[in-house]
Write a protein that binds this ligand. Sequence first.
Ligand SMILES: [Zn+2]
Length: 388
Amino acid sequence: MEKLVIKKIGQILSGKMENPILDGDCMVAIDGKIEAWGYERDLNTDDATCIVDAHGVTLAPGLIDSHVHPVVGDYTPRQQQLHWIDSTLHGGVTTMISAGEVHMPGRPKDIVGLKAMSIAAQRWYENLRPSGVKVHAGAPVIEHGMVEEDFAEMAKAGVKYLGEVGLGTVKDGKTANEMVGWARKYGMQSTIHTGGPSIPGSGLIDADMVIETNTDVIGHINGGHSALPDDQIICLCENCTKQAFEIVHNGNERAAVLTVNTARELGKLDQVILGTDGPAGSGVQPLGILRMIAMLSAFGNVPAEIAFCFGNGNTARQRELDVGLIEKGYSADFVLLDQAQHAPGQTMLESVALGNLPGVGMTIIDGVVRSERSRNTPPAQRLPERIL
Ligand SMILES: [Zn+2]
């Protein structure tokens, strides 16, 4: 039995907007799953195989990047970068979801080829997690000519997510809606490229097409990078009652703030989730999710503990993942962070609400310490320490 005990936690963020800060100073995980949390005096901490002294820092569920474009291993041909996933782990991200392996050189666009690549990509990230990060990949981009059996076959083989609708030849709402319906029938989630073209060769997806297609996630509602006009973003927020409003770092920041302000006024902040949309033309953002949390808290008039939920719990719920929430039986995937040195504010959360990044001191995935002091964030005031 592997038993992780994290002691002397300053505060526990839950990932749950309805109750974002939990009482307690201790977390216990057994065999990679959350077992119990609360005050150390009330918990069974005997027989630990790993003990972390948090030295008073904050523990949060590991962050989730809802929108990445991986290709293979920890290499991206898009910007010829190595170790971008490891760098992102140092930004507190423990789970990533592919929106399509569209940067694969020579990517097959014929139907048998795209199915084969999706299944292979799902496998190679399941078989090899770069630095321990959970990468849910194998996200096919739909093309004209696909039939219901193609979706049944991919789902049976383990494919769980469609890549962004609109990056392939299907650019009309009627065809896209039919294919998204087939995907949903077999348990696959879907997302769509919202906004103007991202790179030469892609096209415009407007609010009408997003609504007609009816994907589970409104992919980069703030554009990737060109955003829709304000009235269309507001229309999406008003009309979509359960779809995720995905805000990405590689999008339009003004449109991101508009989305959060609109969602807040509509009482729909629980639909807001975050991604980076990297690697892309704008590059890779190891701190992208933390940067979005700080930016949206500062400019979107959202308490920092709620903005954190955009980056973990909301995404976990929308994506039906057993991560991102402090919940018994969920994966013991955590980020330990503290106020950055010399950042203004009385507390870590206040400093984030003022637009500053926190410092990451440790990441844990499946109950195993995966990284210690971040090489990428500003240095934290206090650092957790592994003492067993
Ligand atoms: Zn896109």
